[in-house]
Design a protein. Structure first.
Length: 733
């Protein structure tokens, strides 16, 4: 407990906010208060962790030769619910945590802390949304190494009160199935279809995600919690010493009722200078203001929260080189009921091009519109693409605007035509399994369209006669080479060896259990790398049953990263249309990854020491992103993947220990970057299924699509850093 209370406080500002602010910084969850009142000036300064660490009010520092404070810092102490002995009896079991907190000492959103023995991150944090009576039920799966369960207060907790009552119980898998079927019958039915089709792994995976998704709050309850736990900042916070630049707004389409609804919303904005103008007058306005103004086009009927323009203007004022800002949205009906939230990724040009991103209501710097002849008729996504030529696009991950009608459906992305010849070195690590390797090589040579293939098989001590016979059959084929790799299996070393001997600039990492679908898949990957900003491209990988094995990678899910839309069918309508869209991702799997040999050598390839089997592809993609290269995923390159058929499962003590070491390695190397996937919204859960609402958002700061590298202090202990980074991390499953 850190508590520094000082008397005789005289806050410098006359306006006091009755509030309690809790934020997470280097010293943990922090409450800043003057009794029950918060000094507005200090609240404003305390939004930076540096101010929190300093702990003082600069208006009072130095008074009478001593530093005084207008804050009380309290690191919220968690209390133990399960000790090591009790936790050990629940390993790898589904459990329910029931909380009764009548005095609200945990706040609206409490933190469930799952402690793990000898793992990094050592603590996995979940969140539970409590109702008005302080009651809640949390569903989770006890992780490997589970050694303790604690509960800590979240934001807006009461200062004092009775200790909450907590009950933890193990539930049977039968009850788990019943709970899932009652809450999400369609999802449960789809999981059952996997089981009936003999896909036990897929069935268990889908039900595990469904069980975690039982924690998702209703949107109305979530909005209420956000209103209670987010500090309300006065409109003056957003202004500067000089007059703020004007924001011009053009209302497009709609009837009189819709137009008036949008105008009322504009009239309520806290931002100081908002003016409605027809789009046709913008060229003359732009000439007058010469870049010191911004423009927003609103469809008639769209409404905004009071601080919507102000919150989108904040990053634009902080960095005038930014071209535009957009935000998340929902819908509103005639009775004022809000529903259907749309939590967007950071700037993703392919998704904007097809209309999936739908950035209506974006704020755009006026001089970034000079190349657009028709500001009224251009689609919103194309409008931002044009603006992006004049600066970066920032995403504000907050629901600030409401539509009166549903968004128009996006059009599926179209295949690309490569501008260069498809000359590729294909690297295939293998150990025996001739039947898999034979099918893979045959598909490359007989059905894949390519101008020149250089197939390099990295042979990790194959011994079976069938494999030797397969190698002998290609011995005279100039397109085929076999390189020996003795010793235990090391995917990173095998890949590095293959790239070292590659004849072509384009290199493709390919698993031996991959079976291409159709002839044009490699052309599609090559076409993505025609863009010099793209460093790697990945494909849609399907199980033989047609379910998705890989549709990109989400950072932070599954502790380090997890495949997106795993075990979902592309035609089942549960992917939000994303499996039909080309898009930028933070990473793709090395089971089928196209990159450039020069980039591979520039970033040092794969890590042979720390990442022998798992996460080496994610690490490589993050190294590419760290030097400014993007990662593309395309649904137009489709292949079957018999996942890990040749490698086996990670279920032995040795493999589990290796996985834990690689997990630790990734957290120590990338830290907070694993929590900040720009292409996955921070309001969405990293533990439940894809695009499931989380009880507590992560970092809601405005964000760009670039990788946000963690800041490491020179004297920082790795263990402490990884534990802190893991405080909000989901557990691997």
């Amino acid at each position: 407990m850190i508590s520094n209370t000082f008397n005789d406080i005289s806050p410098p500002c006359s306006e006091l906010l009755t509030a309690r602010l809790a934020r997470t910084t280097e010293i943990g969850p922090v409450s800043i208060a003057v009794g029950n009142q918060l000094c507005q000036t200090c609240a404003r300064l305390a939004l930076t962790s540096a101010s929190l660490r300093a702990g003082g009010c600069p208006w009072l520092a130095g008074k009478e030769g001593r530093k005084q404070f207008c804050m009380t810092l309290e690191a919220c102490d968690p209390f133990v619910v399960l000790d090591a002995d009790a936790a050990s009896r629940l390993l790898d079991c589904p459990i329910i945590v029931e909380i009764t907190d009548p005095d609200k000492v945990l706040g609206r959103v409490a933190r469930i802390c799952l402690h793990r023995q000898d793992r990094v991150p050592a603590v996995l944090i979940r969140h539970i949304l409590l109702d008005d009576q302080g009651r809640g039920r949390f569903y989770t799966w006890a992780p490997n190494g589970f050694c303790r369960l604690t509960i800590a207060p979240g934001r807006a907790a009461a200062i004092s009160g009775r200790r909450p009552k907590v009950k933890v119980q193990r539930i049977s898998r039968a009850r788990l199935a019943i709970l899932g079927a009652l809450r999400a019958p369609l999802t449960a039915f789809r999981a059952l279809k996997l089981r009936l089709g003999g896909n036990v792994k897929g069935f268990e995976y889908r039900f595990a995600r469904l069980y975690e998704a039982l924690n998702a709050p209703s949107y109305s309850a979530w909005m209420k919690a956000q209103a209670e736990t987010q500090l309300t900042i006065s409109p003056g916070f957003f202004t500067r010493d000089t007059a703020p630049p004007p924001v011009f707004v053009s209302i497009s389409g709609g009837n009189t009722v819709q137009i008036e609804a949008t105008r009322r919303s504009l009239a309520q904005q806290s931002y100081a200078d908002v003016r409605e103008v027809p789009a046709e007058e913008l060229p003359a306005i732009g000439a007058e203001f010469q870049g010191s103004a911004y423009w927003m086009r609103l469809p008639a009927g769209m409404q905004m929260g009071e601080t919507a323009i102000a919150q989108m203007m904040r990053p634009l004022l902080d960095d005038p080189t930014l071209a535009a800002a957009y935000c998340d949205e929902d819908q509103i009906d005639a009775h004022g009921r809000r529903f259907a939230p749309f939590f967007k990724p950071a700037w993703n040009p392919p998704l904007a091009e097809t209309g999936w991103l739908a950035p209506d209501g974006a704020l755009i710097r006026l001089d970034a519109l000079q190349d657009i002849p028709d500001l009224h008729g251009i689609e919103p996504g194309m409008l931002l693409i044009a603006a992006s030529r004049h600066g970066q696009i920032v995403h504000v991950p907050r629901v600030l605007i409401q539509r009166s009608t549903a968004r128009r459906p996006a059009t599926p992305s179209k295949p690309k035509n490569p501008r260069t010849q498809t000359k590729v070195s294909v690297i295939i690590p293998t150990r025996d399994r001739a039947e898999l390797l034979s099918a893979c090589i045959e598909a490359l040579f007989r059905t894949t369209r390519a101008d020149d293939l250089d197939v390099i098989v990295i042979d990790n001590e194959s011994r079976e006669p069938e494999t030797e016979a397969l190698f002998a059959s290609y011995a005279e084929d100039h397109r085929f080479r076999r390189l020996p790799l003795p010793g235990s299996f090391n995917f990173s070393k095998a890949s590095n060896l293959g790239v070292e001997h590659a004849r072509h600039e384009l290199v493709l990492l390919l698993n031996n259990d991959i079976d291409p679908i159709g002839p044009g898949w490699l052309d599609q990957l090559v076409a993505e790398l025609d863009d010099p900003r793209i460093g790697a491209a990945g494909a849609l990988l399907l199980f033989p049953s047609g379910y998705a094995q890989h549709a990109g990678v989400t950072l932070g899910a599954g502790s380090v990263a997890r495949h997106t839309f795993h075990f979902r069918h592309p035609d089942a309508g549960e992917d939000f249309g994303l499996m039909q869209q080309r898009q930028e991702m933070s990473a793709v799997t090395a089971a089928c990854l196209l990159t450039r040999r020069s980039l591979w050598l520039q970033v040092g390839g794969m890590d042979e020491e720390g990442l022998v089997v798992a996460f080496n592809d994610v690490d490589y993609c993050l190294k590419l992103r760290a030097i400014g290269k993007g990662i593309m995923w395309t649904p137009h390159a489709r292949l079957f993947h018999h996942e890990s058929v040749s490698r086996g499962a990670d279920d032995t003590p040795e493999k589990l220990a290796r996985f834990a070491a690689e997990e630790k390695h990734m957290h120590e190397r990338w830290g907070s970057a694993l929590l900040a996937d720009p292409f996955y919204n921070p309001n969405l859960s990293l533990t439940a299924g894809d695009h499931v609402l989380d009880a507590a958002p992560r970092d809601l700061s405005p964000r760009l699509r670039e990788l946000q590298l963690p800041v490491r202090h020179e004297d920082e202990d790795k263990t402490e850093a990884s534990e802190r980074a893991g405080e909000r991390m989901p557990r691997p499953f």
